[in-house]
Design a protein around this ligand. Structure first.
Ligand SMILES: *Cc1c(COP(=O)(O)O)cnc(C)c1O
Length: 449
């Protein structure tokens, strides 16, 4: 078995991300030979539906012919060039396209090469803006409970997922964490909207009292993904925008996971009809092909850095692969597919299929909530349906679903007790039905005792 040989080679040289490597003494590691559409195929010919878009990056399937062709063409022309002092057509064109797709107040694109780096850029820019404006005391960042913004130290500091953060706490800058607006915490009978309104009072009070030392509030609009696919009502975002304006605090929208159609609209912020001061994008930006990220910001912020070199107002931040031409070309091909195929409209139908297919899970005795926002459906396993008492994380119930799904031909990597579907948009209604069935039986097995 070729799989087995590769597996041994892998385990003798690699250290995998977000993994306790000892798990692989019992858990299979799966080398993938090829991908096509929603399918991943291993060396033994087993096929898996990529239900989580390979960590939420893939939008239009693996080995997409249109994106492949665009990268190949770019490869024959220019693979990379330094973006300081030099420029290239793909990065210029991509910036024009992104600015055309976002609110008119966003006028400038700053590139990096992964999501966490985009967050670092937004945090540093916000801090530096206030310094350039003569308000150096505005240094604090406000974040939401359960938020996730990446794993580098700055991004980790503004996140709130204990499993990733707690160990490194001594290394992290202090941030202010505000209680969650997510509807999964609402009282019985309380709507998502009412809960978001109620929770916003705490955010408003904080901004009112401490705005003079706060640089920015950072949020994942509508869905807090890595924190357990926790969803909240857009009213929270519109009220946050208004409060940030009133109290002179930046709003950083981290749409790294929710952007590019995941929540049903092209960007999640559209559902609250707001424009952020910093919009961070990555993941789906290149259709899941190459690492690239970008921070879009306003002319006002850009202008605050524009001065003689010696004033130290310039933003002297860079990454080696900033704005890589191959990645920009992949991003342009991805945006072209959105335009050509009426993706957002078609997704509305797929989202309805996802709703219908996962409905039986709502009645499962160990499912606390099935929640959905556009092309994301999350199913939360609970020990007690009435009180929503969770399973202790150490029991790793989600892992059992993951293992079961693999035997059934699906990659359904959970977030703790939350099983979710976040598939590529080229998935068919039949494949969605199949995934929902696999999830149902997996949860059935994982909650049996
Ligand atoms: C994945 C993610 C990041 C970090 O992006 P990386 O490319 O993994 O560093 C930041 N914010 C959100 C909301 C994410 O989902």
């Amino acid at each position: 078995m070729f799989n087995l040989k590769l597996l041994q080679r892998d385990l003798s040289v690699l250290w995998h991300p977000c993994t306790q490597m000892k798990d692989h003494e019992t858990l299979p590691l799966i080398p993938i030979r090829r991908g096509e559409g929603v399918w991943l195929e291993d060396f033994d010919g087993n096929r898996y539906i990529d239900a989580i878009s390979s960590w939420w990056v893939n939008l239009f399937g693996h080995a997409n012919p249109r994106i492949n062709a665009a990268i190949q063409e770019q490869l024959a022309t220019l693979e990379h060039v330094i973006l300081a002092g030099f420029s290239h057509e793909p990065v210029i064109e991509l910036s024009e396209r992104l600015l055309a797709l976002t609110p008119p107040s966003l006028t400038r694109c700053f590139y990096a090469d992964n999501g966490s780096a985009a967050i670092e850029v937004a945090l540093k820019m916000s801090f530096h803006y206030w310094r350039n404006q003569g308000q150096p005391q505005k240094q604090q960042f406000v974040t939401l409970q359960d938020s996730y913004h990446g794993e580098t130290l700055g991004a980790l500091a503004v996140g709130d997922v204990a499993l990733y953060k707690e160990i490194y706490a001594p290394l992290l800058m202090k941030t202010i964490t505000v209680p969650s607006p997510a509807g999964c915490y609402a009282e019985l009978g309380e709507s998502y909207e009412d809960y978001a309104q109620r929770q916003f009072v705490m955010m408003e009070t904080l901004l009112k009292q401490q705005a003079d030392r706060i640089a920015a509030v950072i949020v994942e609009p509508l869905v807090q993904c890595a924190g357990g696919m926790r969803m909240y009502h857009p009213i929270y975002l519109s009220r946050l925008r208004a409060a940030c304006d009133q109290y002179q605090v930046h709003l950083i929208a981290d749409e790294i996971a929710v952007g590019f159609g995941r929540t049903g609209t092209f960007f999640a912020c559209e559902q609250a009809n707001i424009a952020a001061d910093f919009l961070c994008l990555s993941k789906g930006l290149t259709g899941g092909y190459l690492p690239l990220s970008v921070v879009l910001t306003t002319e006002k912020i850009y202008q605050a850095f524009y001065d003689e070199y010696t004033t130290l107002k310039a933003f002297l931040h860079s990454h080696s692969y900033t704005g890589n031409p191959l990645a920009c070309r992949a991003a342009l091909a991805t945006l072209a597919i959105f335009a050509q195929d009426q993706v957002i409209e078609n997704n509305r139908h797929l989202a309805q299929v996802m709703t219908r297919a996962t409905r039986p899970l709502q009645d499962h005795p160990h499912v606390g909530e099935v929640r959905q926002q556009g092309m994301i459906v999350a199913i939360e396993m609970v020990k007690d349906k009435k009180t929503r008492q969770p399973y202790p994380w150490q029991e790793r119930r989600g892992l059992r679903v993951y293992q079961y799904a693999l035997t059934q031909g699906a990659l359904l990597r959970p977030l703790g007790n939350v099983i979710y579907l976040m598939p590529p948009y080229v998935i068919t209604p039949e494949q969605i039905e199949r995934l929902a069935q696999i999830a149902y039986h997996g949860i059935e097995q994982a909650t049996r005792d």
